[in-house]
Design a protein around this ligand. Sequence first.
Ligand SMILES: [Fe+2]
Length: 253
Amino acid sequence: MPENTQTTPLAPEISGGQGTSRRQFMGYAGLFGAGLSLVACRQEPINTMTPAQKQDIAILNYALTLEYLEADFYASFTGTGANVSKLSRQEVKDYAQVIAQHEQAHVDALKKTIMDLGGTPVAKPNFNFGPLIGGKTVNDELFLQLAATLEPVGVRAYLGQVARLSNPDLIAAAAAIHAVEANHVSAIQELRVKLGFNKSPTRQTSIAPQSVANPTSTTAADFDADYSPTPTAFWEALTMEQVLAIVSPVIVK
Ligand SMILES: [Fe+2]
């Protein structure tokens, strides 16, 4: 991973992934001004928005929820995160750090953009990754396996929404983030291959993390994290409903 990536300090309120408190809320509020907006600033009161503009905001909030999830997952393996002591290889820690910064930058930018468009960013849910971890030991291998499961969901989620956006600026922004999520897929799988964790390093798939055996399953136990770092010529999109079915087990109501 490149060392010269622009860094955004992770909010300590987010990195623990614990509960929602007033202190946390104020922490998030403090981030609103820090993000890079994805559109030229032009606020619209919500009651004068067209249906298409309202749909854009809804899609941005959907994307924000997924980015919260990804940011929370990686943050738990960096800084003061709950799982930081579970990683042993410096290289794996470095990947967690860089990708955590990307995901947090996505969160910040989406929040700022939603506000610039006159919308209200959804609050960060509480996440519990226990259903993904099951009874397994959290270590370098499991961290990378879970990352290889989550990243393609992000890729396919953005792909599923690009054509539903009406604002050209947002289409371009979604494509930019989509590309980075695909970069994450490749980076994670390159490292898994290098470390001997990936048992199918040449497998081509357009439906990762879903498997050939259970191609439409949204259950984590059916997923297959082993596939090529360059897995496909054309990713297949996931609908909002499919993505929410996949991620809902880790969202604590
Ligand atoms: Fe990502």
